[in-house]
Design a binder for this molecule. Structure first.
Ligand SMILES: *[C@@H]1O[C@H](CO)[C@@H](O)[C@H](O)[C@H]1NC(C)=O
Ligand SMILES: *[C@@H]1O[C@H](CO)[C@@H](O)[C@H](O)[C@H]1NC(C)=O
Ligand SMILES: *[C@@H]1O[C@H](CO)[C@@H](O)[C@H](O)[C@H]1NC(C)=O
Ligand SMILES: *[C@@H]1O[C@H](CO)[C@@H](O)[C@H](O)[C@H]1NC(C)=O
Ligand SMILES: *[C@@H]1O[C@H](CO)[C@@H](O)[C@H](O)[C@H]1NC(C)=O
Ligand SMILES: *[C@@H]1O[C@H](CO)[C@@H](O)[C@H](O)[C@H]1NC(C)=O
Ligand SMILES: *[C@@H]1O[C@H](CO)[C@@H](O)[C@H](O)[C@H]1NC(C)=O
Length: 669
């Protein structure tokens, strides 16, 4: 009897151990995944979870195979949980789809007797809305079903036992404070985060395009205690359904955790979606053809209207003086198609000077990044374009190649080579998804130094960059650092009013004498490079706003460590123990040296390259009578001058009346 009890106890222990360990999982692609599948759901050979496969009026389910304990046995409250997944919806028509995907927590594995179409594979007409369902879901719905009071045909909703959402919102995300629409049926991958806080009883749902970090502000928030809804042991998974339009619903990756934050998906490891086919276009034509026979005249009229609209839509500026720049001039129409009409999903980011879109050139299929810079003033445009074209001839492996430009009214478009790994700042701060180790960082630092040395001293003319910072350093496929955005700051030197010109750059990287005199020089570039060295090594911004009026200035912060003889402690915690002490110290000290408030005390790029290559050793900082005063940024003195000139994101340039700026290309040496 005793023995038997013991056995039961051991078994019980074993079960609880298994279930409580089984509370976190991650699938960066589903290649080796063991999921429960039903309906028309399948796993593709390259690891995509394909919930529906281009069939009408069908449903598909995929569930994690083991039950998950959602409740505390003692007091019956639901634990916190969080999940994130990446989905994509591909439809036969670009503007129509059906029906959607639901992340679902259900007491049963699969959802038997549920219906496709507007029922999303969740419920049927008899059990919809019944509290005995015990189902929680987050629906990504692409059809307006008025019977469930849907708000539109592109929304996200929180469903509790009912397809009539408890709360819903049009699909989109907050880029800081700006709301950006997202098209669920664009075919592009979108990431979703669903989080439940068991203490606050709050459900948060957040969306973002795949190349974005998780936005701070959720799209949807609902305060609701899930304890009466969820059972002790539940299954998690996805449900999807199609209606009368052939649609495929894909999940690319999925991460889940009870009592904690689910692991971040590794975007680069997710499987590729099938290429968007030309079928989508040809279907439009097959629909269009009967229309022609019905009303040829109407179509001709439409075509003329369309032609006029299109002409206006693709209009661009072209003046005589531009004839010489032929190969560097791009057609607006080509850029428009390359970037899918500058669609939200192609947006790579928006910095101080404008928004950057990814594109694929129609004929050559070259991947490009297109920067749209709004620019009202025509003044100086001729010179500026001359400089741009001149810059287009720059060639160095640590510079982002500038392929050309296009002009429209009030707007300039610059076309660069596409850099697949994005900008460096994304790997440094703002809770980076991926951080870089020391040898990667050191390689980037050396690369940027060599690129800047080329601009300053090796090319036929002197090029002052004017806006060196981590967000202007892009990483190519081999993680080489490449300087981008050169010369753009120059554009803003030509103000609308000839009496005033602007100091342009980014707060935190601007040398004190630059803000004072308005003159950008090689040594003001070196100053910014110093700030860059510190931010890469410390993983912090040059100026971090702690509270509204309080900021930590990175160079002061590093200087304090140096004074205490512990400069190494300023390094980024994310570096761990895998770094070379001498190199980290070298870079930090060099960063301080470049930040010297006296321009003549700063090293030149040629020396910087030698220090970094360890050909020449760095002078002893203590001999240079460095004082905190001699080091700090000029902002202490200038803060009052521009109280509101920068938003919380430090990327925005600010302007300040000042004397005339010198030319970007100062010619000769
Ligand atoms: C979808 O899947 C079903 C069942 O696996 C299969 O019979 C059908 O041919 C597939 N349809 C398409 C369009 O791939
Ligand atoms: C469950 O709740 C009880 C009482 O509030 C608490 O003591 C216990 O730690 C909880 N168990 C877990 C696994 O959180
Ligand atoms: C149940 O236990 C958790 C701790 O595990 C606690 O946070 C929660 O407030 C408790 N709920 C009730 C109703 O006692
Ligand atoms: C879920 O819990 C409810 C009430 O506690 C119970 O009636 C129902 O049978 C449970 N469902 C399953 C599938 O265990
Ligand atoms: C609806 O689903 C419930 C739950 O699975 C099932 O009991 C019921 O029979 C279904 N009703 C119809 C009409 O299919
Ligand atoms: C909800 O479902 C239960 C069990 O299937 C059934 O007995 C009950 O009548 C349903 N309630 C409503 C309001 O339909
Ligand atoms: C977002 O979409 C809504 C409705 O579809 C529209 O009214 C709004 O203007 C759009 N906003 C932007 C910024 O495109």
């Amino acid at each position: 009897m005793k023995m038997y009890l013991k056995l039961v106890a051991v078994l019980f222990l074993l079960i609880t151990v298994v279930t409580s360990e089984d509370i976190s999982f991650i699938y960066n692609g589903f290649k080796s995944a063991q999921l429960y599948l039903d309906g028309i759901a399948e796993l593709t050979s390259n690891g995509l979870l394909k919930l529906t496969n281009d069939t009408k009026q069908q449903k598909g389910h995929a569930f994690y195979q083991n039950p998950i304990v959602f409740k505390n046995n003692t007091n019956g409250t639901v634990f916190s949980f969080s999940t994130s997944f990446v989905f994509a919806i591909r439809s036969e028509y670009p503007t129509l789809s059906g029906h959607g995907i639901v992340f679902v927590v259900s007491p049963t594995i699969g959802l038997p007797n549920s219906l496709p179409s507007q029922y999303l594979g969740l419920f049927n007409e008899t059990n919809n809305g019944n509290s005995s369902n015990h189902v929680f879901g987050v629906e990504i719905d692409t059809i307006l079903s008025s019977e469930f009071y849907d708000i539109n045909d592109n929304h996200v909703g929180i469903d509790i036992n009912d397809l009539k959402s408890e709360k819903s919102a049009p699909a989109g995300y907050y880029d800081i404070a700006d709301f950006k629409n997202l098209s669920l049926i664009s075919g592009n991958p979108i990431q979703v985060w669903v989080e439940y806080d068991g203490i606050k009883k709050q459900i948060d749902v957040t969306l973002a395009p795949i190349n974005f970090n998780k936005p701070e502000k959720p799209l949807l928030s609902l305060t609701k205690d899930l304890s009466p809804i969820l059972n002790n042991s539940m299954y998690v998974g996805f449900s999807s359904s199609t209606g009368s339009v052939l649609t495929s619903h894909y999940v690319l990756g999925w991460s889940f955790k009870v009592n904690g934050k689910s692991q971040e998906l590794v975007i680069s490891e997710l499987p590729n979606l099938p290429r968007l086919s030309d079928k989508q276009v040809s279907k439009v034509i097959t629909i269009g053809l009967p229309l022609i026979s019905i009303s040829f005249v109407l179509l001709v009229t439409l075509a003329i209207v369309h032609f006029i609209k299109r002409k206006k839509k693709f209009s661009e500026l072209l003046e005589d003086w531009e004839q010489d720049y032929g190969p560097h001039r791009f057609k607006y129409k080509d850029l428009y198609f390359a970037t899918k009409g500058f669609g939200e999903n192609e947006l790579l980011g928006s910095g101080g000077f404008g928004r950057v879109y990814k594109g694929v050139m129609p004929i050559s299929k070259i991947e490009v990044a297109v920067k749209r810079v709004s620019h009202e003033s025509r003044q100086g445009m001729k010179e500026f374009v001359a400089e741009i074209v001149s810059i287009g001839r720059l060639c160095h492996r640590n510079l982002v190649p500038l392929l050309g430009y296009c002009r429209r009214r009030g707007e300039l478009l610059l076309v660069y080579d596409y850099m697949p790994n994005g900008s460096l700042d994304k790997y440094l701060y703002n809770k980076p998804r991926v951080t870089l180790n020391w040898s990667q960082r050191f390689k980037i630092i050396k690369g940027v130094a060599s690129g800047l040395f080329y601009l300053h001293e090796e090319w036929e003319q002197v090029v002052i960059h004017r806006d060196i910072k981590a967000s202007n350093v892009l990483l190519d496929s081999e993680l080489n650092g490449r300087l981008g955005d050169f010369g753009l700051a120059r554009l803003y030197d030509h103000g609308n009013d000839p009496q005033t010109t602007h100091v342009v750059g980014t707060l935190g990287y601007l040398a004190p004498e630059h803000t004072r005199t308005g003159k950008a020089t090689k040594s003001s570039d070196v100053f910014a490079f110093g700030a860059f060295l510190l931010e890469v090594t410390c993983g912090r911004r040059p100026i971090e706003l702690v509270r509204e009026s309080e900021s930590v200035i990175l160079v002061d912060w590093v200087f304090d460590f140096w004074k205490k003889g512990k400069i190494i402690e300023a390094k980024d915690q994310n570096l761990g123990n895998d770094y070379i002490l001498e190199e980290v110290e070298l870079v930090l000290e060099l960063g301080l040296l470049c930040s010297h408030s006296e321009p003549l005390a700063r090293p030149r790029m040629r020396q910087i390259v030698q220090y970094l290559e360890k050909e020449v050793s760095l002078p002893d900082l203590s001999l240079l009578t460095l004082s905190s005063n001699g080091l700090t940024f000029g902002h202490h003195e200038n803060f009052q001058d521009f109280p509101m000139s920068y938003p919380s994101s430090m990327d925005t340039p600010f302007s300040h009346n000042s004397s005339v700026c010198e030319s970007l290309l100062s010619g000769g040496r």
